[in-house]
Design a protein around this ligand. Structure first.
Ligand SMILES: Cc1ncc(COP(=O)(O)O)c(C=O)c1O
Length: 384
């Protein structure tokens, strides 16, 4: 089969991921951090090794401030809900935000009376910074930016925005769900306070692990409290990182798998992965622009972009195309709306949705060519 739904979850995973998970389940996945015996210690060692790898890849100040969660959504909820909000606080976010950012912000708007400005994308990098700069006020407590659009593949200049925010007290949180494992992210150099992403997309890990990296100066209220394996006599949640923010048993097999996924990404190298996925996107766009009635959403030029391409065909329902691709051509894509409703508003595709094809490190040019043949045949079959 051809799997072009990598932006939702990467597939297949490196074989080392499943092997490491099987090994964890069969050989050592006792409760990490809860007991002193050697199995628990072995589980803990793998978890700490994964934190170290994450710190090295994303340059957070301390491994202790790397929190494992279920997915990007729980990591983002912890980041956003963990801030001490007061009525009148102001947030700047982008119109590319996923619902895992938008919905927590919308809830805070209602419950805490915060104000949120969702800014439209800049035409170029410097326009992004001037748009955000114009919205910054004394009340701005958080600037929330998704690094790459999960609908259009557009890349947002998080480094320039970080530089701009050096002069402002607002916290800077980046949603790297589409870019972790694809683009370099250096929290220190980019001035990022909070960085969230899932393990199951570009980092090639299994589903069930998300990550939030938090700078040392950031104060964050844990969104869930409970067993931490430490200070058990205390009625209050211990303020010890990371366990105070990781109540409950961690997903040891999942984290062991993530470690192997990250090793594979390191072995391939971020720039090779990025260039490969970008090349597949350009090849797709080139082919699609020759198909009558195709409209591509988002960047179409030579600029850097992720391996995510969105389009629709005038007069044909996208869900029908996705169904034919799946059932007749064994090609998996995603059609409809993609959990980022403001992006669809921006490109006026809320009513019809789009077909999204998204690439990963194992996809090939010949797969793209087969997809383009299929699209041509489907279009001709349905319209002529
Ligand atoms: C930009 C963005 N943010 C957040 C998420 C949520 O990720 P998860 O499903 O791991 O919670 C996604 C998933 O598609 C995404 O693309």
């Amino acid at each position: 089969m051809i799997y072009f739904d990598q932006a939702a979850s990467s597939f297949p995973k490196p074989t080392t991921v499943a092997l490491a998970m099987t090994e964890a389940v069969n050989e050592y996945a006792a409760n990490p951090g809860r007991s002193g015996h050697h199995l628990a210690q072995r589980a803990n060692k793998v978890i700490e090794e994964t934190r170290k790898k994450l710190q090295k890849m994303f340059r957070n100040e301390s491994t202790n401030r790397i929190i494992f969660s279920l997915n990007a959504t729980t990591a983002l909820n912890q980041a956003i809900e963990g801030i001490s909000w007061e009525s009148g606080d102001h947030v700047i976010a982008t119109s590319f935000e996923h619902n895992s950012v938008r919905r927590p912000l919308e809830r805070l708007k209602l419950e805490k009376e915060i104000e949120v400005d969702y800014v439209r994308p800049g035409e170029n990098e410097s326009e992004w910074t001037s748009i955000i700069s114009r919205k910054l006020t004394e009340k701005t407590k958080l600037v929330m930016v998704t690094h790459g659009s999960n609908v259009t593949g557009e890349i947002i200049p998080i480094d320039l925005i970080g530089k701009l925010l050096k002069k402002h007290k607002a916290m800077y949180c980046v949603d790297a769900s589409q870019t972790a494992g694809v683009l370099p992210i250096n929290m220190t150099e980019m001035n990022i306070d909070l960085l969230a992403f899932p393990g199951h997309k570009g980092l090639m890990g299994p589903q069930g692990v998300g990550v939030l990296l938090v700078k040392n100066h950031v104060t964050l209220r844990p969104i869930s409290v409970g067993g931490t394996g430490s200070y058990s006599e205390d009625r209050k949640q211990p303020k010890v990182w990371p366990e105070g923010w990781e109540s409950g048993t961690l997903n040891t097999p999942g984290i062991a798998g993530l470690l192997k996924g990250m090793e594979e990404v390191e072995k391939k190298g971020l720039s090779k992965i990025f260039e490969h996925e970008k090349m597949l996107a350009f090849r797709t766009i080139n082919g699609l622009t020759k198909v009558e009635g195709v409209r591509i959403i988002g960047p179409k030029g030579e600029e850097d972009r992720l391996g995510v391409v969105a389009f629709f065909i005038e007069g044909i329902d996208g869900q029908e195309i996705a169904m034919i691709l799946d059932q007749h051509y064994d090609i998996a894509v995603r059609a409809g709306l993609h959990c980022a409703p403001m992006t669809h508003d921006l490109y006026e595709t809320t009513d019809k949705g789009v077909i999204r094809v998204s690439f990963g490190l194992y996809n090939t040019e010949s797969e793209v060519d087969k997809f383009l043949v299929a699209i041509n045949e489907i279009r001709d079959g349905l319209l002529e």
